[in-house]
Ligand binder design. Sequence first.
Ligand SMILES: Cc1cc2nc3c(=O)[nH]c(=O)nc-3n(C[C@H](O)[C@H](O)[C@H](O)COP(=O)(O)OP(=O)(O)OC[C@H]3O[C@@H](n4cnc5c(N)ncnc54)[C@H](O)[C@@H]3O)c2cc1C
Length: 291
Amino acid sequence: MLHSEIVAPYIFKYGSDEQKSRWLPKMATGELIGAIAMTEPGTGSDLQAIKTTCIKDGDNYILNGQKVFITNGYMCDLVVVVVKTDPEQGASGTSLVVVEAGMEGFTKGRKLKKVGLKAQDTSELFFENVIIPKENLLGQEGMGFAYLMSELVQERLLIAMGAVSACERILHHTIEYVKNREAFGRPISKFQNTRFKLAELATETKIGRTFVDDCLTKHMKKELDVTTAAMAKLWTTDLQVKLVDECLQLHGGYGYMLEYPVAKAFVDSRIQKIYGGTNEIMKELISRSFL
Ligand SMILES: Cc1cc2nc3c(=O)[nH]c(=O)nc-3n(C[C@H](O)[C@H](O)[C@H](O)COP(=O)(O)OP(=O)(O)OC[C@H]3O[C@@H](n4cnc5c(N)ncnc54)[C@H](O)[C@@H]3O)c2cc1C
């Protein structure tokens, strides 16, 4: 998802014809794996406070800094890096550059050990005097922040879509489980607590699906705004984390065993409230639309 629906669109929308023909065909075949690096050890939520610099030097830029928690960071062949081309400026000093694996001074750190999402790599990236040819600047200098704000709408919608799909899948598994597991001589699906809990979760999942489908329709018409995308990300990921916890409870001890889908969903879901902008930042964005 990150490779094809988040990184490739940056190149597709803001790249020159030369950049598109250089990278997109190989990204489509899987010969090149993409990543995007915004977060730094010192800042994640406050993107304007990034410290990685990329300073003009003749026909090139010189890149210095460090990024952390980068999905695909370990196996990426190219990474869209958020940099300060003018460190004196805030948002208007921010640009995007494409760093390619093998460039001198670009090193990848260790694969970080995570609570969940074990199949996906998350790494640190280091840049020490990396020479970035001006041909690797993505879009216009100083426009990086505006590009990010625009593209984060799709990223948050994707997270919301994943959240609702996970809710539907885990509900399905849990309904099957409670029909088959017995306690006190009857299936646990016959207990009022089980029935009411699943009724509430199924209702909320339906609300989430309806909301996300509406967002998707708006997005296809290019009408999905920052506030609504933030609402979708906030509400559906809060629901996902609550739902997998409640469903795990209905599985009893088996819910804590990783061979059950609900256990894997439990460890994988927690990050949904954090990446793509934390849910507290989503509340900030939403409240800014009316306060
Ligand atoms: C598995 C994983 C994959 C990731 N993938 C990527 C990636 O591919 N690329 C990338 O660039 N980043 C990635 N990230 C980083 C992720 O986007 C950040 O972790 C996230 O944005 C939060 O930043 P932070 O960790 O610095 O937390 P902080 O910004 O330090 O926040 C700490 C706490 O303070 C709260 N807080 C901060 N500011 C406010 C405020 N104004 N009001 C209220 N509360 C506030 C936050 O909500 C949070 O609860 C990934 C992270 C993880 C764990």
